[in-house]
Design a binder for this molecule. Sequence first.
Ligand SMILES: C[S@@+](CC[C@H](N)C(=O)[O-])C[C@H]1O[C@@H](n2cnc3c(N)ncnc32)[C@H](O)[C@@H]1O
Length: 301
Amino acid sequence: MSAREPSLAYETHLGQMYLGRAEDVLRSQALEHCRGHVQLVFTSPPFPLNRKKKYGNRQGDEFVEWLASFAPLLRDIVSADGSIVVEMGNAWERRRPVMSTLALKALLTFLERGGLSLCQQFVCYNPARLPAPAQWVTIERIRVKDSYTHVWWMSPNDRPKADNRRVLKPYSAAMRQLLKSGKYDAGKRPSEHKINPRSFLTDNRGAIPPNVLTLTNTRATDPYQRYCRQRELRLHPARMPPGLPEFFIKFLTTEGDLVLDPFAGSNTTGAVAEQLGRRWIAIEADPTYVEGSRGWFVPLD
Ligand SMILES: C[S@@+](CC[C@H](N)C(=O)[O-])C[C@H]1O[C@@H](n2cnc3c(N)ncnc32)[C@H](O)[C@@H]1O
């Protein structure tokens, strides 16, 4: 991708989309005012692939170094109690039924280069994922479906702003029944843990979610897709499920906070941030994806 002057592509009530390379935009005057004020960087960078894709993925150690070069830039832009959340899929070695360790290497190098703490690792599990890599999974049947991505929550601070009460899950039917009856067998668990029935029977308005997020991206249509189809714009091939940024934006920010996605693609992050009343900045290097991302914000016709 050639170096271009960053330009403001469009603005909404709460956000700004920049067309340009993240490395240029992040260093530019345009973002001077938000240095140290971004509460959450949420992004899914181009993945390390074993073949080149349309959106210019780097390969091997070149990718590791390239991604790590963003760590100090992003650390500078987040607030003292801010978070950096990076999603990354798995990669496989070319023509071999073995996984590449690149994603892990890239995340570790990013963490170290930014002097960041790993607050928590998450897994984003997609039960609707097609069986892949096809050669090993469906043809030779020697591997199982690769169906999750890594999500690393990092911060310059061991105690970034966070509150799991903003991301509670509805209680299970069994738990609702338990709360209703008020009766709980408080004996020892098989793990030998003794449960305090009083704390167990308190209605906390929902269950604390685990660090495995089960999310699919199977919606056949949304304002973004409709807009792109009407204008014959290429749909982004690696869009994330809106539930993913939604979880972290709710968990790690409150209304009015600033969220940044430096590799925004179709701008799922900006769209969700806008819906949740957070300010946002998005950066994307491909003009077609920037153009399509307007679709989240135009009134439906
Ligand atoms: C995995 S995709 C992000 C998809 C996005 N999360 C979504 O839901 O649509 C990564 C994006 O990074 C963009 N990209 C690659 N290099 C870039 C750079 N140097 N600066 C900004 N964007 C870049 C690619 O064009 C691609 O759209």
